[in-house]
Design a protein around this ligand. Structure first.
Ligand code: BG6
Ligand code: MG
Length: 238
């Protein structure tokens, strides 16, 4: 039975994915590395250091540790310039209502974000009070698709992985949820998140209890289909 939700932050609750994009694009430009939306899609959910390593690899570059530190600090300063003026107006459509309804329906709620900036941003946009537990980039070092951020979130909520739904906008995050043994709700374009149990454009108009029932039905159907695929058919024509 599902008893809790684990929410990613960037691109799920707040519209910050565009700010990460702008800051990485500016850095890549200064390093002479091409960086567009396709590259950015691969960085969603990925930690700051792992993102820098990927961008450098795409440009065929390596940098000494001191310069890596310089670019991580500079990228973050640019990112924080963008987020400085965020307010509750930057919460993504339906997210506040969903958190409120999920809380009222008795679900436990945790954050599972790779970002080291997660808590000040949640506070700034007025969502922090909905959370029973938070896990962010300061708590775990392994980047999604490693499942540790969600496993730690479930542990803090005192729930088993199979009692949790993860809400994610990143392919790496959906993979992390599945590796953790949780149900995975994707937000965004279905073709970008093919592994999710279900993909929605956003949380607008979604009732938490109905959504959970639908996800459980889909997961059970996927499970039976996988079992059938494993069992050799006895009805094959001879
Ligand atoms: C994730 C974002 O939530 O956090 C990534 O999707 C970002 O784009 C990562 O790189 C780390 O964020 P921060 O704020 O610690 O640099
Ligand atoms: Mg995200």
């Amino acid at each position: 039975m599902i008893r809790g939700f684990l929410f990613d932050l960037d691109g799920v609750l707040v519209d910050t994915a565009k700010f990460h994009f702008l800051a990485w694009q500016r850095m890549a430009g200064e390093l002479g590395i091409a960086f567009g939306h396709d590259e950015n899609e691969q960085l969603k959910g990925v930690s700051r250091r792992a993102s820098l390593e990927k961008i450098l690899a795409w440009g065929g570059q390596t940098l000494p540790e001191a310069e890596m530190e310089h670019w991580m600090t500079t990228k973050n300063a640019w990112y924080l310039e963008h987020t400085a003026s965020m307010t509750s107006a930057d919460v993504l459509p339906g997210a506040s209502e969903f958190l409120r309804n999920a809380h009222q329906a008795g679900y436990l709620i945790a954050l599972g974000s790779a970002s080291k900036n997660a808590l000040p941003i949640l506070e700034k946009v007025g969502l922090l009070n909905f959370f029973d537990a938070t896990v962010d980039g300061n708590d775990v070092t392994a980047s999604k698709p490693d499942p540790s951020v969600f496993l730690e979130g479930a542990r803090k909520l005192n729930l088993q992985p199979h009692e949790c739904v993860v809400v994610e906008d990143a392919a790496a995050g959906i993979e992390a949820a599945l590796r953790a043994g949780m149900l995975a709700l994707g937000l965004g374009a279905p073709e970008a998140l093919p592994q999710a149990h279900r993909v929605l454009p956003d949380l607008q108009g979604q009732d938490p209890r109905s959504l959970v029932a639908d996800l459980e039905t889909r997961a059970a159907a996927a499970h039976s289909a996988a079992d059938r695929a494993k069992t050799p058919s006895t009805n094959l024509p001879s």
